[in-house]
Design a protein around this ligand. Structure first.
Ligand code: BEZ
Length: 392
């Protein structure tokens, strides 16, 4: 409740401040309600930590965040984006979390020529066929996280998989990514289910069906409230021992673990960050996050943090100039750093991040769930997928 008040207070107060000075205004379009509200708040926490750590004043100009709730609804996300651009006259945009909202925002930001930095939504098209010089992604593409899991699972002995994900762009793109690699390796997808994104409250009918297929593994993508509910029910139904669970790593995010508890053990996932990464950068980040927020940081916090850092470093290159758009877009490609997840840079060919991907297993260690890294694939870069940034 306090957090909601804080968010809305900032939304109400900042436009007045923004008009009165030469601040750099960043419009933030994230879900603060709905199925991905936890994710939106976590990205925001990471972003604000970066502003605190790397400096929210560039060449005498204060960076100000103006936050809007996308509600995980494409139409709302687009109308909030238009409001931030036309009414609040923001210089940059950060958002969204969901692929369907990103799809709805893309044409508007491309035509309005306002840089959009995506801190989560993985919609392949935005750094593929529908890429734009104005759209830069710091998180992942849906393909980037999932495509290596098909061959990896086949190599580990899986021959049949059942797929399940929410029925929207991200769910379909992620399942396509794993299906492609798994079938190419020689495996068979025996069935798939796409429950609705917003309305699904009970997985029982789906679990009964999957049990009847008896696949070697169930591969899923769920996040937010869906991930919490799914993991609990999979455990309650005693499925974990019979059908091994694998998938996009958000299923057992540290953000959902307090609600999932030990039911989250025994999952194999792929992700761009796990808290157990053994590096000084990660330890320093986790410690700073814990000091400020009194909890462990998840991959969503890292994405918000790296987004903030990228923006600050880019603005340092342009000495706070956001009007020379050519120089600003070029500067995004000039910044690279080693962050909590490892080496970070933006691919100038697609504007998607190039990063390491971790394959992990969740295990109980001393009564808590840990993400134990089994494999790491370095410098994972997306193919062009129809992207031609010179057409922007
Ligand atoms: C997406 O819609 O792209 C997405 C949402 C939550 C986690 C990962 C991806």
């Amino acid at each position: 409740m306090l957090k909601m008040l804080r968010i809305w207070a900032i939304v109400l107060i900042t436009p007045t401040i923004a008009c009165a000075d030469n601040s750099i205004k960043i419009g933030v379009v994230l879900p603060y309600s709905g199925v991905y509200a936890l994710l939106g708040n976590e990205v925001t926490d990471g972003l604000e930590l970066a502003l605190e750590q790397y400096g929210s004043e560039i060449s005498g100009r204060q960076i100000i965040l103006l936050k809007e709730d996308s509600e995980v609804r494409p139409k709302i996300g687009l109308s909030k984006t238009k409001k931030l651009v036309f009414q609040d006259r923001v210089d940059l945009l950060v958002g969204p979390v969901a692929s369907n909202v990103a799809g709805a925002m893309r044409d508007f930001v491309h035509n309005a020529k306002v840089p959009l930095i995506i801190p989560n939504a993985g919609n392949n098209l935005l750094t593929g066929e529908k890429c734009s010089p104005w759209v830069i992604r710091t998180s992942f593409s849906n393909d980037q996280i999932n495509r290596l899991m098909g061959p990896w699972l086949f190599k580990k002995g899986f021959r049949t998989l059942f797929l399940m994900a929410p029925d929207y762009a991200a769910g379909h793109q992620m399942m396509d990514a794993v299906r492609g690699g798994f079938e190419e390796a020689g495996g068979t997808v025996v069935g798939e289910e796409f429950p609705p994104l917003r309305e699904t409250k009970d997985f029982a009918p789906y679990l009964a069906k999957i049990k009847a297929y008896n696949p070697d593994g169930l591969y899923v993508f769920f996040a937010g409230g869906l991930a919490i509910q799914f993991v609990r029910q999979y455990h309650e139904f005693g499925m974990t021992e019979h059908i091994p669970l694998a998938g996009a790593g958000w299923l057992t995010s540290p953000l959902f673990l307090p609600a999932q508890g030990l039911a989250a053990t025994g999952f194999t996932g792929a992700l761009n960050y796990v808290p157990s990464i053994d590096s000084n950068e990660n330890r320093a980040f986790q410690s700073a996050f814990k000091t400020r927020y009194k909890r462990a940081a998840s991959e969503f916090a890292v994405q918000g943090f790296d987004t903030g850092r990228l923006i600050i470093e880019t603005l340092k290159v342009t000495a706070g100039d956001v009007k020379n758009k050519v120089a600003l877009l070029k500067a995004f490609h000039e910044v690279s750093f080693v962050g909590p997840r490892g080496p970070f840079r933006i691919d100038p060919k697609t504007n998607n991040v190039i990063q390491d991907i971790y394959i992990f297993e969740t295990r109980e260690v001393g009564g808590i769930v840990e993400h134990v890294v089994l494999d790491k694939v370095s410098d994972v870069q997306d193919p062009l997928n129809g992207c031609d940034l010179s057409q922007g």
